[in-house]
Design a protein around this ligand. Structure first.
Ligand code: GRF
Length: 189
């Protein structure tokens, strides 16, 4: 059972470039990223992890029944004695059964100041709303999307004339500081 495992043994789940995963690996403090897992076999982040000899697990989730895919993931998490899961740009919604089993042991980083802008297109929505500040949040993952307890947040100013891409880049830089710090604190709790 996950609750009996060492919290400091972390699996990072990614679907794409994995820049937050890299930040978690490079700034690891009190925890260790012992597995990088993905639902996208060609995710660039996987190649980065392999180059550094970090164990990886992947299975293309397209067309695979969620319960079957998650069972295979769970086996890998067990094999690596994972105690904490960090989602980092993982674009597949986990089942309620999975999130319940890992309750209190899965974190995510979201590019907005939650509870504002749950879901996708956060930067576009913040700009269109005329907000002067955005940011990012590290939160616990529950059955409801982007709705678990917020563990840490950082604000980022929105400048006049910002495009979505400009804001995304500014927030991402702050994500790379916030996530490793929040995870380091989390494993100490
Ligand atoms: C980040 O903006 C993160 O907040 C969001 O998805 C993006 C992932 O980027 N959940 P990366 O794969 O970590 O570079």
């Amino acid at each position: 059972m996950p609750e009996q495992r060492d919290k400091r043994r972390v699996a990072v789940l990614i679907s794409g470039r994995g820049s937050n995963m890299r930040a978690l690996v490079e700034q690891a403090n009190g925890y260790e990223v012992v597995l990088v897992a993905s639902n996208k076999p060609l995710a660039p982040g996987l190649a980065w992890a392999r180059e550094r000899a970090i164990p990886t697990w992947t299975w293309d989730s397209r067309g695979v029944e969620k319960a079957v895919w998650e069972e295979a993931l769970e086996q890998s998490l067990t094999d690596h004695r994972i105690g904490t899961i960090a989602l980092a740009g993982f674009m597949r919604i986990l089942s309620p059964e999975f999130t319940r089993r890992w309750s209190g042991r899965i974190l995510n980083i979201h590019p907005s100041l939650l509870p504002k802008y749950r879901g996708l297109d956060t930067h576009k929505r913040a700009i269109e709303a005329g907000d002067s500040v955005s940011g990012c949040s590290v939160h616990l993952v529950t059955e409801e999307l982007d709705s678990g307890d917020v563990l840490a947040q950082a604000e980022v100013p929105i400048s006049a004339g910002d495009t979505e891409g400009m804001l995304e880049a500014r927030v991402l830089e702050v994500e790379h500081q916030l996530y490793p710090e929040a995870l380091a604190e989390f494993v100490e709790r």
